[in-house]
Ligand binder design. Structure first.
Ligand SMILES: *C/C=C(C)/C=C/C=C(C)/C=C/C1=C(C)CCCC1(C)C
Length: 234
């Protein structure tokens, strides 16, 4: 058993690279928080918390991988359990920075996220039949997608958000659709379609996290900047 990276362990290296990118992103979001208008600070704090929580998990995940060559499923799910609800709540925060948003939006996003992850974990660890867990988790994801594409959140965004917020909302929404689809595909291949190569799966998850955690935060940072500049008295 070794906790070091061996040359040629590209999966281990991707864990290490992403860990560092997450640390840097955390510093960036926390420093930039100082520069944006007051009502944007919470969104940037949450972006920084997401990358901070993920960075710490990545250090541990890399160790699991480097020492055993196994997928760090437990750490991934604990990371998701903390970061995914925070990412979802960003939709509420971003809209709240420019308009009044009904509390139901916040709760529906949270409930959909928790259901998605809870059923996914139950299915993946054998507490529940793997396909039943998968489909229930998919229903949780569909519920979230409905809210942000056609539900109250989307209506608030379309009718009351500024152009910069609409742009960032759109990018966030497509990230949750396309970027997030990587995880159920991985689950499907790994548990329902006869198994996937653990190394490939981990590299794909690691790259997906760059989009879903770091780029997602940058989309919010973009709106925060535009709105801060638009309201600056110069
Ligand atoms: C930063 C980490 C993120 C954004 C992780 C997101 C994870 C998901 C969207 C997982 C979704 C799942 C399904 C939709 C069905 C199968 C079970 C899951 C939990 C893999």
């Amino acid at each position: 058993m070794s906790n070091n990276l061996s040359s040629g362990d590209y999966v281990g290296m991707s864990f290490w690279l992403i860990s560092m990118a997450l640390v840097a992103a955390t510093a960036f979001f926390f420093i930039e928080r100082d520069r944006v208008a007051g009502k944007w600070k919470t969104s940037l704090t949450v972006s920084g918390l997401v990358t901070l929580i993920a960075a710490v998990h990545y250090f541990y995940m890399r160790d699991v991988w480097a020492s055993s060559g196994e997928s760090p499923t437990e750490f991934r799910y604990i990371d998701w359990l903390l970061t995914v609800p925070l990412l979802m709540i960003e939709f509420y925060l971003v809209l709240s920075a420019v308009t009044k948003v009904p509390a139901g939006v916040f709760w529906r996003l949270l409930v959909g996220t928790v259901a998605m992850l809870g059923f996914g974990y139950a299915g993946e660890t054998g507490m529940m039949n793997a396909s039943v867990g998968f489909w229930l988790a998919m229903a949780g994801w569909a519920f979230i997608l409905y809210e942000i594409f056609a539900g109250e959140a989307s209506k608030v965004a379309a009718s009351q958000a500024t152009p910069a917020v609409q742009k960032s909302y759109g990018l966030m929404k497509w990230t949750v659709t396309i970027g997030w689809s990587i995880y159920p595909i991985g689950y499907f291949l790994g548990y329902l379609a006869g198994g996937a190569d653990a190394g490939t799966l981990n590299i794909v998850y690691n790259l997906a996290d760059v989009l879903n955690k770091i780029a997602f935060g940058l989309f919010i940072w973009y709106a925060a900047n535009e709105e801060t500049a638009a309201h600056a008295n110069r």
